[in-house]
Design a binder for this molecule. Structure first.
Ligand code: ADP
Ligand code: MG
Length: 704
C-alpha cells in the first residue's frame, strides 16, 4: 500500500520558486530579481552572485552535486551538460562553489548541434544564458541522482538563436508590446505587460517494454514500420475515457508525483481514443514555462514508463490504422493584472476588447495559415494530418454558432444581441441544470475557439510547442500592431466607431477562415479550395513558407527571427526530415532482410517438406500447395520491393539540392517503404504465429 501523499507538500518541492527565493534571498536581492523577472530588466552580476549562492545551497541540501544549463536546441529535444559544484582549494580538498557568472552564462561546445550554417564547426562557440523567467529546478533520476537545472537560451557567438527558446521569448515580447498598445488605445491605463499563455494537452501511447525491445522499428524510429492490423482496433469506442487499468494508473500516479515535484501542474489524465493511448494535461502557464514543462513532461513520461516496464511512445503515428497522437496547444493572452483578453464575458456582442482580439486572431490565422502549418511540419505529422483522426492540413477557425453570428452581424451592420446564459436541460429533475457554453465542441477543427482561448490542434505529439507558439505570437503581433495603429489614429472620440470598423474589416477580409462544419468531410476540401485556403499536404512542402521573403519580412519586423535564423531553421528541418526518413527506411530494410524474409523462408521450407511427405504418403497436399504458392508469390514480390526501396534510398541520397533531396525521400523512399509494408503485412497474415519474428499489433496494443 502507498502512503497517502500530501500533494501540497510535494508540489514544487524541486523548484527554486518564488516561495524559496523569498525565504532564502536577502530582501533587496529578491526584489531586484523579481524586477528582472517581471519587467525583463538586465540582472547585475552582484545580484546574480547572491542568487547563485542561495540556489547552490538549496540544491546541495536537496542532494545535488551538479548543475546544468538546460537548453532546447533545434533538434526539438533538450540538452544538458553537467558540471559539479566542486572547486579545488590549496590544501587539496574541495569546496562547493557556484558563481553568478556560472548561473547566468555558459559555453557548451556547440559543434554537434544543428546550426543550419549559422556557425561553422571550427568556431563552434555557443552560449547559454539564464532565462530567469523560467524557474530553476532539480531533476532526479531513478537512482536518486539530483541535478540543478538552469533553464537557458542558447545562441551563437554572433548572437544568432540556435535554439527554440530564444525566438519564443522574443515572440512573447513582441505580442506583449502590441497587445499593450491595443489595450492603451482602448482605454486601459494600467496593464503593463501581456503574456501569451499555453496549456498543452499531451497524447501518448504506452506499450509493454518486452514487445518494444523486439522491434527495431520502434527502437530506432519510435513507430511501427510494419504490422498487420489487429482483429480489434478502436471501433468499439471502449478506450476513450475508459476505466484506467491498474498498471497504467500506477504509472500515471508516479508520473504525477514526478511532475508535481518539478512544479508542473499535471491536472487531467485519461484514456484516449486508440487502444493503449492516453493523455495528460497540465494547468496552463506562461508560454516559455509551458514549453519548458512540456519538454519535461515528455522526458518524464519516458523515464517513468521504464520504471513500470513500459515504454512511452510519443511518435505522432506509432501504429497504422488507429489514431495517432497530437498535442492540443491551448493559447490565450492575459494581462499582468490577470485579465484573459479572449474572455467573452456575459455579453460578447458588446465586448469591444474581446471582439478586437478575436479579430486579430482571424486576421493573423487567415493571413499566415501557411506558417502555422509549417510549424507543425515534422515527419511524424505527415502520417497523421488529414487522416480523419487529426485536423486536416487545411487551417480554419471554429468560432461556434453564437460568435459567428455576432461577428457576421457586426460585419454586415445587423444588430445581434448576446444570447445570454443558456442552460442544458437534461430532462431529469434531480440532475443539476448545466450552463451551456457559447461554443459547442468541434473536435475536427484545427484552430478552435473554446470559450476563452484558442486550441491549435495540429501540433505533433513529439514536437516542441515552441515553434507553433513562436508563429502564433508573431502573426498575432502583426495583426495587433495594425489594429493599435488604427485605434491610436482614431483617438478617443473616434474610438468606438473605429473599433467597430476593425471588426467589420477583419470579418470581410478574413471571415473566410471561419468554418464551423465537419473538417473531415470531402465537401470541406472543395469548399476550402474555393475560399482560397491553402491545403499543404506534407511537411516538406509546408516548411518552405518559413523562408519566403514575406516570412522573413514578418519575423524580422517583430524581431523574432532574422533571415539567417529562418533559413537555418528551414535547412535544419529539411535535413531532419531526410535523416528521419532515412533511418526509417534503413530500419525497414534491416527488418525485412534479417527478420521477415528469413521467417517466411523458414515457413516455405516447412511447407515444402510437408508437401513432399504428404506426397510420399499418397495424400493430397492441396492446401499446403496453395499456401506455399501464395506465400512464395508474396515473398518474391516483397523481395522485388525491397530492392526498389534500397535503390530509392541510394538515389535520394545522391540528390545534391537539399529541397529536391527531401522531396525524393518523401516521394520515392516513403512510397517504396509503404509498398514493401503491404507485402510484409500480408505475409504476416499467412505465417504461423510462432514463426513470426516480431510482436504483433494485437500484442502491443492490447497486452498490458
Ligand atoms: P478541454 O480542452 O477538455 O476543454 P480545458 O478547457 O480544461 O480542457 O483546457 C485544456 C487546456 O487548456 C488545459 O491545459 C487548460 O489549463 C488550458 N487553458 C485553459 N485556459 C487557458 C488560457 N486562458 N490560456 C491557455 N490555456 C488555457
Ligand atoms: Mg482539448
Amino acid at each position: 500500500m502507498h502512503k497517502p501523499i500530501d500533494v501540497t507538500e510535494i508540489f514544487g518541492s524541486n523548484v527554486f520558486n518564488d516561495r524559496i527565493m523569498k525565504e532564502r534571498l536577502p530582501k533587496d536581492t529578491y526584489r531586484a530579481l523579481k524586477k528582472t523577472i517581471q519587467e525583463g530588466l538586465p540582472l547585475s552580476l552582484e545580484v546574480a552572485n547572491v542568487v547563485a549562492s542561495a540556489m547552490k545551497d538549496w540544491a546541495i541540501e536537496k542532494g545535488a552535486t551538479h548543475y546544468t544549463h538546460w537548453f532546447q536546441p533545434l533538434t526539438g529535444r533538450t540538452a544538458e551538460k553537467h558540471d559539479s559544484f566542486i572547486s579545488p582549494t590549496e590544501d587539496g580538498s574541495v569546496i562547493m562553489e557556484f558563481s553568478g557568472k556560472q548561473l547566468t552564462q555558459g559555453e557548451p561546445d556547440a559543434s554537434s548541434f544543428p546550426s543550419g550554417g549559422l556557425r561553422s564547426t571550427f568556431e563552434a562557440r555557443g552560449y547559454t544564458a539564464w532565462d530567469c523567467t523560467s524557474p530553476a529546478f532539480l531533476k532526479t533520476d531513478a537512482s536518486d541522482n539530483v541535478t540543478l537545472c538552469i533553464p537557458t537560451a542558447f545562441c551563437s557567438y554572433t548572437s544568432e538563436a540556435l535554439d527554440k527558446k530564444t525566438p519564443l521569448l522574443r515572440s512573447m515580447e513582441a505580442v506583449s508590446k502590441q497587445a499593450v498598445r491595443v489595450l492603451r488605445a482602448l482605454g486601459n491605463k494600467t496593464a503593463k505587460r501581456v503574456t501569451s499563455t499555453v496549456g498543452p494537452e499531451q497524447e501518448y501511447f504506452l506499450i509493454d517494454k518486452t514487445f518494444y525491445e523486439k522491434r527495431v522499428d520502434l527502437i530506432v524510429s519510435g513507430r511501427t514500420l510494419f504490422g498487420a492490423p489487429a482483429p480489434k482496433g478502436q471501433e468499439l469506442e471502449d478506450q476513450y475515457f475508459g476505466a484506467i487499468k491498474d498498471r497504467i494508473s500506477a504509472f500515471m500516479r508516479d508520473l504525477d508525483i514526478e511532475l508535481w515535484k518539478m512544479g508542473i501542474s499535471s491536472k487531467t489524465k485519461h484514456n484516449e481514443v486508440a487502444p493503449s493511448q492516453y493523455e495528460m494535461a497540465p494547468i496552463f502557464s506562461t508560454t516559455n514555462i509551458a514549453a519548458d514543462h512540456n519538454q519535461l513532461v515528455m522526458e518524464t513520461m519516458q523515464k517513468v514508463a521504464l520504471r513500470h516496464n513500459l515504454v512511452c511512445l510519443l511518435h505522432e503515428k506509432p501504429f497504422a490504422g488507429v489514431n495517432g497522437s497530437g498535442k492540443h496547444n491551448n493559447w490565450s493572452l492575459s494581462t499582468d493584472e490577470g485579465q484573459n483578453l479572449l474572455e467573452p464575458g456575459r455579453t460578447p456582442a458588446e465586448n469591444e476588447q474581446f471582439l478586437i482580439f478575436v479579430s486579430a486572431l482571424l486576421t493573423a490565422v487567415d493571413r499566415h495559415a501557411d506558417k502555422l502549418r509549417a510549424s507543425c511540419g515534422n515527419p511524424g505529422n505527415d502520417l497523421r494530418l488529414g487522416a480523419n483522426e487529426a485536423p486536416p492540413a487545411i487551417i480554419s477557425i471554429f468560432m461556434g454558432d453564437e460568435f459567428t453570428e455576432i461577428l457576421e452581424g457586426l460585419a454586415t451592420g445587423k444588430k445581434v444581441a448576446s444570447r445570454g446564459q443558456h442552460f442544458v436541460h437534461v430532462g431529469v429533475d434531480s440532475l443539476p441544470q448545466l450552463p451551456k457554453d457559447n461554443t459547442d465542441r468541434n473536435r475536427t477543427s484545427p484552430f478552435a475557439f473554446t470559450g476563452n482561448k484558442f486550441e491549435f490542434r495540429m501540433v505533433g505529439s513529439s514536437a516542441s510547442i515552441s515553434g507553433p507558439n513562436i508563429v502564433i505570437n508573431t502573426i498575432v503581433s502583426e495583426a495587433l500592431d495594425e489594429i493599435a495603429t488604427r485605434l491610436e489614429k482614431a483617438g478617443k472620440s473616434g474610438l468606438h466607431k473605429e473599433a467597430a470598423a476593425i471588426v467589420r474589416d477583419a470579418m470581410k477580409k478574413h471571415g473566410k477562415i471561419i468554418f464551423n462544419g465537419n473538417n473531415y468531410s470531402e465537401e470541406w476540401v472543395a469548399e476550402a479550395k474555393k475560399r482560397g485556403l491553402p491545403n499543404i499536404k506534407t511537411g516538406v512542402e509546408a516548411l518552405a513558407s518559413m523562408a519566403t521573403p514575406e516570412a522573413v519580412k514578418l519575423f524580422e519586423k517583430y524581431k523574432v527571427l532574422s533571415k539567417g535564423e529562418l533559413h537555418a531553421r528551414y535547412e535544419i528541418y529539411l535535413e531532419g526530415y531526410v535523416k528521419h526518413v532515412n533511418i526509417e527506411a534503413r530500419a525497414a530494410v534491416q527488418m525485412v532482410k534479417r527478420q521477415y524474409l528469413p521467417a517466411v523462408i523458414a515457413f516455405t521450407k516447412h511447407l515444402a517438406k510437408a508437401i513432399a511427405q504428404l506426397k510420399t504418403a499418397g495424400v493430397s497436399a492441396k492446401v499446403q500447395k496453395q499456401l506455399l504458392s501464395s506465400v512464395t508469390e508474396l515473398l518474391e514480390s516483397a523481395n522485388d520491393k525491397l530492392e526498389v526501396l534500397e535503390s530509392s534510398i541510394e538515389k535520394a541520397h545522391a540528390v545534391k539540392d537539399l529541397i529536391k533531396r527531401a522531396e525524393a525521400f518523401r516521394d520515392k523512399v516513403v512510397v517504396a517503404a509503404n509498398d514493401l509494408r503491404k507485402d510484409i503485412d500480408a505475409l504476416e497474415g499467412l505465417t504461423p504465429a510462432d514463426l513470426w519474428p516480431v510482436p504483433t499489433y494485437a500484442e502491443m496494443l492490447f497486452k498490458l
